[in-house]
Write a protein that binds this ligand. Structure first.
Ligand code: SAH
Length: 464
């Protein structure tokens, strides 16, 4: 270990920053976040630094070149000037007085290095490469940003409030550890993350009063997006890696499914056209049963769970059984697929509104509000519409849309199998018949489709 990591308490302590430019200002801002009093020494001071310093109540600015006397009463010093001689002087003078000193971008002159910081106060993660590669530390911090949700700071502060009470109630260290694991990795934590600290507190106190530390089950209804795993939200990923059991269907792409916890049980509850593997009621009941067994259940759904996903019905059942659940929105097909196809859903010249409809056939017909759909300057996105494509195009023309209105079908949008077939309301049904399109497919109708010629940017690998 080249450096010994510690966390310093700088509240009310005077810290010297030598330099008045942008870098010095950034360091001063960090020290201020830790409650330090800033003393800036520099012949000149940037305007933005001056503004910052005014927020530091006892902060002072000395418009001079650095002298060792400036180190009087200082707890820590940072040199951030572009003058190598000054930086060296600060380092030498501070070291001779045993004051910790950092010289920006010059590890040889430092007695301490500044880590890359992930701040979820009171939770702090500091990463250092000992000055070897600050960029690597920053990249790593970026990765951790995605793993440690914002709410962890709140969670740490929340836990602190109950530490003494837990110590009084649970006497053995082992039992206390189980208790805290259940709190920090279970429904209580999820309640804190979603901002409901009152329920979190009630749940924690109930757990505290129960004899055995068992776990209550919960359900995460998570939108998995349209296919590209990079389109998952941080929250979706976090819950995917936490769940004990995963219920998924055919819209969830394999790369997305691969991101769930390795040892989680996976249950396919997909629905194929005309072959309903497990009826919706069966899925609802299964969710309830698994949660009552104390499992953390992930219900992973393609796109967004509340858009043509029957997500609402699934959680209604959970609510009736008082099972804890949360819903994580996902990028819906219309949004993801249009972005990757280079078709903006709205555009100043082509569409001021956009509607999403389902084109699912019932008894061979499509029950839609055709007048509304055939309005000018509007984009219509049709989910589950391929089998009714002919009816769809004919009805839109019948209700007033021009035969030449551009229309597109996007197959497996956002994935490496994406294909986009373009035509007009008249030609598209014929074109579709000759293309062997693979589900899922999305239909987009409106002037915006013509923009694709110019805006297509995504190049799938498996382009046929
Ligand atoms: N909840 C989902 C929609 C479920 S309905 C969402 O928000 O996206 C299923 C329909 O979504 C499919 O029939 C298809 O029309 C559309 N769809 C979903 N993913 C798609 C994709 N990657 N490419 C094209 N269409 C998609």
């Amino acid at each position: 270990m080249d450096f010994f990591p510690v966390f310093l308490n700088l509240k009310g302590k005077k810290c010297l920053v030598v330099g008045g430019g942008e870098v010095a200002c950034r360091k001063a801002a960090l020290l201020m976040q830790a409650g330090a009093i800033i003393k800036v020494v520099s012949p000149e001071l940037d305007a933005s630094f001056n503004i910052l310093l005014q927020q530091n109540v006892a902060g002072e600015y000395i418009a001079q070149r650095f002298q060792p006397a400036h180190l009087e009463g200082v707890t820590l010093a940072i040199a951030a000037t572009d003058d190598a001689a000054v930086n060296e002087e600060v380092s030498r003078a501070a070291k001779s007085k045993n004051i910790p000193v950092n010289v920006v971008d010059n590890p040889g002159l430092c007695s301490f290095v500044m880590p890359s910081i992930l701040d979820r106060s009171p939770l702090l993660v500091a990463i250092s490469t000992g000055g070897a590669s600050p960029v690597l530390a920053r990249i790593l911090r970026g990765k951790l940003e995605t793993l440690i949700p914002q709410g962890y700071g709140k969670l740490a502060a929340f836990s602190a409030r109950f530490r003494d009470a837990v110590k009084q109630h649970i006497h053995t260290i082992g039992q206390r550890r189980i208790f805290w694991e259940n709190v920090l990795d279970g429904p209580v934590a999820e309640k804190v993350f979603s901002g409901d600290e009152a329920s979190a507190e009630a749940m924690l106190l109930t757990m505290l009063s129960s004899e055995n530390q068992t776990r209550a089950g919960e359900v995460y209804l998570v939108g998995a997006g349209p296919g590209d795993p990079d389109l998952l939200t941080f929250k979706a990923l976090r819950l995917m890696q936490k769940a004990d059991v995963v219920l998924y269907d055919n819209l969830v792409s394999k790369p997305v499914l691969d991101m769930t916890r390795r040892d989680a049980e996976r249950i396919f509850v997909g629905k194929m056209r005309g072959d309903h593997t497990l009826p919706q009621e069966g899925i609802n009941d299964l969710l309830v049963r698994l949660a009552l067994e104390g499992k953390r259940v992930l219900r992973l759904k393609g796109g967004d769970p509340f858009i043509f996903g029957r997500g609402g019905e699934e959680i209604e059942k959970l609510a009736e059984h008082k099972i804890s659940f949360q819903v994580v929105p996902g990028i819906t097909a219309a949004s993801g697929v249009s972005a990757y196809a280079g078709i903006p859903l709205t555009h100043r010249d082509h569409a001021q509104s956009c509607v999403f409809v389902t084109g699912h056939l019932r008894d061979g017909s499509m029950d839609l509000d055709w007048e509304m759909l055939a309005r000018p300057k509007q984009t219509v996105v049709v989910y589950m519409g391929l089998h009714g494509l002919e009816i769809l195009c004919a009805k839109l023309i019948e209700h007033g849309l021009a035969q030449t209105t551009p229309a597109a079908i996007v197959q497996q949008g956002t994935t490496q199998n994406q294909r986009v077939v373009c035509g007009t309301l008249t030609t598209l049904p014929h074109i579709a018949q000759h293309e062997k399109l693979q589900a899922p497919t999305l239909i987009i109708v409106g002037g915006v489709v013509s923009l694709r010629e110019k805006l297509a940017w995504f190049k799938p690998k498996n382009l046929l």
